[in-house]
Structure formats: structure tokens, C-alpha cells
Design a protein. Structure first.
Length: 367
């Protein structure tokens, strides 16, 4: 029996029933054409509404923001209607759900964005990075991410506005708030990390300049929907999708301090989660806790015991459990009662239908 994970917590104006987060996980089940959230996805999220907080899968803010086939968007009226099905289903079960807003930048291919060249902070190709495409003409599959072109200052302002509008669209769709995806090598990360940004204008060079895009995007979204409905996700020590920073601890402590000035409601840290990955240094976690005063969420390789320890030590307020939520729709109940966890089937994670999405059962106590 665990205790800390099941203490309620206040997230802005919302009271959460526990400290268990279902973090964003791409599942590539959006209806085509149009990248629409659908009834199948509504069932999936509603099944997992006993989480204290659900964060939706990454949801692109524009057609240019799409990195992979069959991922949902939130920039057309039809997409907003699709997501309303999801939020209504989650709220009917007493759940709370934030939308993760996503622009992939260079981590895409012209086939996924209607033909144009991808955009990024700089004209630097993501090395050894593959993206999933469905161009409608041949078997869907993985291809190398295309070389991007550097965004103009005017385009940067346009994308800031797309984020602002996406935040408004998310609220219209019934989401309780939004999480800015500033992690895992996608567009905002491509500005932050030193080795992905070789700009010489006000968006490149110094740390302050590399954080400017993040600052402007968060500022626009806070202005649109209120700081109590805006969270952000960072991945300080991962090098996913080819973004590397020369001084990640300095960079991400500064990013956390910047986000604190916007008074956003939570900061979500994605830790490296492959099996033999190094742990995040304790001193860094303490520095993040000092820099950012809101609700702090960690995700990556946590089990119930490690989650309790992180909360009890004051390093985290909530913990995300990613893959366990795929195969255990009733994960909070299993953790609470010490029931065994089911294993997910890797082959059904991305694309497909209900199989591997909504057909995992809740735990049945044998009598």
C-alpha cells in the first residue's frame, strides 16, 4: 500500500485525486483524412481517467508541425470537434486532461506536411533520425528526417501565434489545460539546445537568446488561457531526435527559472528511460526544485516505490507512468492494491485499431 501517490494535490484551480500522471504517449490512431481524434481514442483515455492527471498524446498545432503519420491535430474546426469527444468522455468519468501541444520542427519529412521543406531554428539536419510516413502511394514506413531550413523572424512570430491559437482551441475542445511540448528534440528543443541552433540573431548564440522562443511561446499561451492552465515538458538530459546541449544542467536550470517567471502551473521533466541510462543527478533535481516553484512532475522508469521516494523527498509532486498505462487502464488501482502489472504488446503501440489500445482489461481479483 502506497500513501504519498494517493494524496490529493491542487493544480491551479483543479483538485486532483492522486499524484499519478498518465504522460503523453504517441499512439498514431487519428482518423484520416484530417488527423482527427475519434471515438476509439475517447474510449482509450476515458478508461484511464482514474489518473490524477492525463496528458494527451502530442497534438500538432499546424500542418507543418506534424512529424509522424496518423497523429492528431488541433488547428481545424473538425479536429476541435474530435477532441471534444475525448474530453467529454474523460470528464464523464471524473478525469482531468491536458492537451500536449506539439510542433516537431525538423523531425519530419515533406510527405507528412504536404510537400514543403521542414522548418527549424537552423538548417541543420537531425542525424540518424527516422520518421514514420504514409504518403498514400506505397507501404507506410520509416524514412530519414529531411533537412530543414532556418525559420525567419517573421515565421517565428507566426509559429508563436499558432501556439497561442492552439491553446485557445484546446480550451474550446474541453481540455482542462495544455502542456507545451518543449522536449525530445522537437521544435522548441531545437532552439534551446546549443548544438541544434547556430543562429546569429536574437534567437541564437547566448543562452538567453536560445531560450527566447520558449519565453515567447509560453508568454503567448499564458496570455491566451491563463498561467493556471499552462504546463510545460522539458527533457534536460536526453538527446532524442538529435538535439544536444553543451551545458544541459546550466541550460535547463535557466529554462526552469524562466518558466517560473510565467507562473505556469506545472513543469514536467522527462528523464532518460532506456534500461541502462544514467540517473538524473540529485543536485540537478534540487536545482530544478529551487528554480521552479510550481507543481513538479517527473516521468521515466518509475515504479510505485521510486515514485513514493521522490515525492517523500520533496523532489517531485507528481509522477508519470508511461508504458505501464498502456496495458493497465486501471493503473492507480493496481498500484494502490499491489496488484501485478500487465505487459504491453510493443507491436500494437503505433497505428492500427482497438487491438493494443482499448482491449487491455482491468485487474480482476480471483475469488
Amino acid at each position: 500500500m502506497t500513501t504519498s501517490l494517493f494524496q490529493p494535490i491542487q493544480l491551479g484551480n483543479i483538485s486532483l485525486k492522486n499524484r499519478i500522471v498518465m504522460p503523453p504517449m504517441t499512439r498514431s490512431r487519428a482518423s484520416q483524412p484530417g488527423d482527427l481524434a475519434n471515438d476509439m481514442m475517447a474510449t482509450y483515455y476515458a478508461q484511464r481517467s482514474t489518473a490524477g492527471l492525463i496528458v494527451s498524446e502530442g497534438t500538432q498545432i499546424s500542418s507543418m508541425g506534424k512529424g509522424y503519420a496518423w497523429t492528431p491535430g488541433i488547428y481545424t474546426p473538425e479536429q476541435i470537434i474530435g477532441w471534444k469527444k475525448v474530453t467529454d468522455a474523460v470528464h464523464a468519468k471524473g478525469g482531468v486532461i491536458f492537451a500536449q501541444l506539439w510542433h516537431v520542427g525538423r523531425v519530419t519529412h515533406p510527405d507528412n506536411i504536404g510537400g514543403p521543406q521542414p522548418i527549424s531554428s537552423s538548417a541543420i539536419q537531425a542525424e540518424n533520425v527516422k520518421v514514420f510516413i504514409d504518403n498514400g502511394t506505397s507501404e507506410p514506413g520509416f524514412v530519414a528526417a529531411a533537412k530543414p531550413r532556418a525559420m525567419t523572424v517573421i515565421e517565428i512570430a507566426q509559429v508563436v501565434e499558432q501556439y497561442r491559437q492552439a491553446a485557445l482551441n484546446a480550451i474550446e475542445a474541453g481540455f482542462d489545460g495544455i502542456e507545451l511540448h518543449a522536449a525530445n528534440g522537437y521544435l522548441i528543443n531545437q532552439f534551446i539546445d546549443s548544438e541544434a541552433n547556430n543562429r546569429t540573431d536574437e534567437y541564437g548564440g547566448s543562452l538567453e537568446n536560445r531560450l527566447r522562443f520558449l519565453d515567447e511561446v509560453v508568454g503567448a499561451m499564458v496570455d491566451a488561457i491563463g498561467s493556471e492552465r499552462v504546463g510545460a515538458r522539458l527533457a534536460p538530459l536526453t538527446t532524442l531526435n538529435g538535439t544536444v546541449d553543451a551545458n544541459p544542467i546550466e541550460t535547463y536550470t535557466a529554462a526552469a527559472a524562466l518558466l517560473n517567471t510565467h507562473n505556469i502551473v506545472y513543469l514536467h521533466i522527462a528523464e532518460v528511460d532506456w534500461d541502462d541510462a544514467p540517473d538524473t543527478p540529485l543536485s540537478f533535481k534540487q536545482a530544478l526544485r529551487e528554480a521552479y516553484q510550481g507543481v513538479l512532475i517527473y516521468a521515466g522508469r518509475y515504479n510505485a516505490e521510486k515514485a513514493e521516494q521522490a515525492i517523500d523527498a520533496g523532489l517531485a509532486d507528481m509522477i508519470g507512468f508511461g508504458r505501464p498505462f498502456v496495458a493497465n487502464p486501471d493503473l492507480p488501482n493496481r498500484i494502490k492494491n499491489g496488484y501485478p502489472l500487465a505487459e504491453h504488446v510493443a507491436e500494437t503501440l503505433f497505428g492500427g485499431d482497438e487491438q493494443g489500445l482499448t482491449d487491455y482489461p482491468v485487474y480482476q481479483v480471483e475469488v
